[in-house]
Design a protein around this ligand. Structure first.
Ligand SMILES: NC(=O)c1ccc[n+]([C@@H]2O[C@H](COP(=O)([O-])OP(=O)(O)OC[C@H]3O[C@@H](n4cnc5c(N)ncnc54)[C@H](O)[C@@H]3O)[C@@H](O)[C@H]2O)c1
Length: 363
């Protein structure tokens, strides 16, 4: 077994009263001080069952909290216990949650909301500059939980694998992954070129598969030693995953496909206590996709005369808001509440949950 597989199991074995976090060093020459009560040295690392048995035996012996575990020939794991007052919403507290596309937009807002509720958040994004700025902002709030940035291209399976490995090395495991990174290039059949279609399919559809594939591997290891601990794979889908979208088929097709993946992954993974759900937000009018003053859809639609009689951006926005029974666009808080609901549940999997203010309803 590699250290990367051992760390999530160690974390769950040590997470008794509260979830701990761990940090791994892959330097095989490093050893911890075996004379210290806080240190455990394990020789047995190639056979999983023997390794777990050895760890359990060592951990049951000592009364002092284990701070370091050295695994012979593999490296050292440092353990950090949560300190300080618990955060009020205990649902996500101390959970390790990856948010892809977490630098900005819905993902950025969700990262902020989950961090505020006490989760360790991995901001995983293509955009290093904006992603690092988000992480610095979160870590400067003075909370005890941590935020880290990991560079990822969700359209590349190896990159997603490295993202999950970095998460395990720096924080100790994965309790939830929010597969949020997505792109939109609208166009009808006459305009859409095959390369753009392939790119959107890779990011929006295959990207979700890569996230589920690599994160579930870690979640399954955690479930082996802590069968009572539920974990989550959550895809940020769209109302366009529930109803076709005119001249936007590459986006809607990928999102419809995502719900097929969600239902199928849910069947496969529930035996490991991994829940898999999609959340389908309505239009995020406050986000850059719609509101960017230069390239946002409101400006584009105004210039293109798409909304008859509209003379200003406000007219265009009002036209779209009227189509929502709730009278407004979807906000980050609406999506974050749905995410916390899904994580809190132990009996909800394989669902596509609309968060659309009534604009799209399940049949
Ligand atoms: N904006 C909306 O109105 C709306 C509505 C419903 C659903 N959604 C969905 O919400 C999700 C987020 O959308 P948004 O509007 O917040 O987008 P956004 O463009 O504001 O942000 C997307 C983030 O994803 C990152 N990203 C893009 N491609 C990536 C890749 N290949 N690998 C890693 N990161 C990548 C970007 O750098 C950016 O930080 C998407 O899945 C989208 O389909 C959006």
């Amino acid at each position: 077994m590699e250290l990367i597989d051992i760390i999530p199991m160690v974390r769950m074995l040590l997470s008794k009263a509260a979830l701990v976090s761990c940090n791994g060093s892959l330097d095989a020459t490093e050893q911890c001080d075996s004379s210290s009560d806080n240190c455990v040295c394990i020789d047995e690392s190639d056979n999983k069952e023997r390794l777990i048995a050895a760890l359990k035996e060592h951990l049951s012996k000592g009364s002092a909290p284990v701070k370091t575990i050295s695994i012979k020939g593999k490296g050292v794991i440092s353990v950090e216990y949560p300190k300080g007052a618990p955060v009020i919403n205990g649902v996500v507290e101390n959970r390790i949650i990856i948010v892809t596309g977490g630098a900005q937009g819905f993902g950025g807002g969700v990262a902020e909301e989950l961090f505020a509720k006490g989760a360790h958040v991995v901001v995983a994004d293509l955009n290093e500059e904006v992603g690092n700025a988000m992480v610095n902002k979160l870590n400067s709030l003075g909370q005890i939980n941590k935020a880290i940035f990991v560079h990822v291209n969700v359209g590349d399976s190896d990159s997603v694998k490295r993202m999950v490995e970095q998460t395990v090395l720096q924080l100790g495991g994965v309790d939830a992954i929010i597969s949020n990174a997505g792109i939109l290039r609208a166009g009808g059949l006459d305009e859409m070129d095959p390369d753009t279609f392939d790119l959107m399919t890779k990011v929006n559809y295959a990207g979700y598969f890569y996230c589920a594939k690599h994160a579930s591997r870690v979640m399954k290891l955690q479930a082996e030693v802590a069968p009572q601990h539920f974990t989550d794979i959550i895809q940020i889908n769209s109302k366009s995953g529930l109803k076709g979208s005119n001249r936007n088929f590459a986006y809607a097709g990928g999102k419809f496909g995502g719900i097929g993946l969600t239902q199928s992954f849910a069947l496969e993974l529930m035996p490991h206590n991994i829940k898999v759900n999609s959340i389908c937000p309505g239009n995020f009018f406050d986000g850059p996709l719609w509101s960017d003053p230069e390239n946002g859809l409101f400006v584009q639609y105004l210039k293109a005369g798409k909304v008859p009689g509209a003379c200003s951006i406000e007219d265009v926005q009002a036209h779209y808001e009227k189509q929502v029974p709730a009278g407004r666009g979807c906000r980050v808080k609406d999506v974050a509440k749905a995410i916390v609901y899904v994580i809190d549940q132990e009996y909800e999997t394989g669902q596509a949950i609309p968060v659309t203010g009534g604009q799209e309803m399940l049949r």
